[in-house]
Design a protein around this ligand. Structure first.
Ligand code: MN
Length: 251
């Protein structure tokens, strides 16, 4: 199982969550919402080689914490992964979009200066802007658009740019989400949960709930679930080869 975008540090008991995903052998990219969380989590995942940690600054926190982008150069040397970063254009965050965009550009530049990273990117209500920024900074690395919800046209642009996609159970619930997933190149799709933010009713998804996304992918692709896992493992191996010392290769 692969959860390429979740927030282990935001579950009620992060240490217990680390223990559970380690025990189950799940490949996890745990993204952070602020650089300050990075060193704390780094200590917690020591001894869990299948968990990777993203250095992030969540777009919804940028209005308050944009100055923390200054931590990126010092911390980028410690990880091949950046996230959660991006731009949020939904009504509650629209006022800070110009600042979010400047901050995202600075992060991309830092990544580019360090030879590129794998980036888990938020683009709700701002897919076009995010794609513009990525197009301007091709050296930033390999973008993985998480929970992509742009238009069909924007999806096309993202694909042309070489973007990858992480798809979760929340996304495959809606017809529109499934339509977008169907348009993604099968060799650039990975699973995610976005737990504990994303939930089923009142229950936050756990990383092992990626099985629900696997089931949805099996239906969309018209192949057996075990075949889906095979595709996803091959994809993860391919993605990790785009960076030095990234996620350990699945067996
Ligand atoms: Mn998230």
């Amino acid at each position: 199982m692969i959860d390429l975008h979740c927030h282990l540090d935001l579950y009620p008991d992060p240490a217990e969550m680390v223990r559970l995903v380690t025990e189950r052998g799940i490949y996890v990219l745990s993204v952070t919402t602020t650089p300050r969380a990075f060193p704390v989590m780094k200590r917690m995942i020591k001894g869990s080689p299948r968990i990777r940690l993203g250095l992030g600054l969540h777009p919804e926190l940028v209005a308050q914490r944009h100055s923390e982008v200054d931590f990126f150069p010092a911390l980028l040397g410690e990880t091949a992964y950046v996230g959660e970063v991006g731009i949020d254009g939904s009504p509650a965050n629209r006022a800070s979009v110009p600042l979010q965009e400047r901050t995202f550009r600075r992060i991309l530049k830092h990544c580019s200066d360090r030879g590129g990273r794998i980036l888990s990117i938020h683009s709700r209500g701002a897919a076009g802007r995010v794609i513009d920024c990525l197009a301007e900074t091709p050296g930033a690395g390999t973008p993985v658009l998480h929970w992509f919800s742009g238009s069909a046209k924007e999806l096309e642009r993202a694909v042309a740019l070489g973007a990858w996609f992480s798809v979760g159970p929340a996304m495959t619930r809606s017809e529109r989400g499934r339509f977008l997933v169907a348009g993604m190149p099968r060799d650039r799709v990975l699973t995610e949960t976005d737990g504990p933010f994303a939930r089923d009713g009142n229950t936050p998804f756990n990383p092992w709930d990626v099985t629900r996304a696997e089931t949805a992918l099996a239906e969309l692709w018209g192949i057996a679930p075990d075949r889906v896992r095979h595709v996803l493992s091959a994809n993860l191996r391919q993605l990790s080869e785009t960076s030095d010392g990234a996620l350990r290769k699945p067996a």
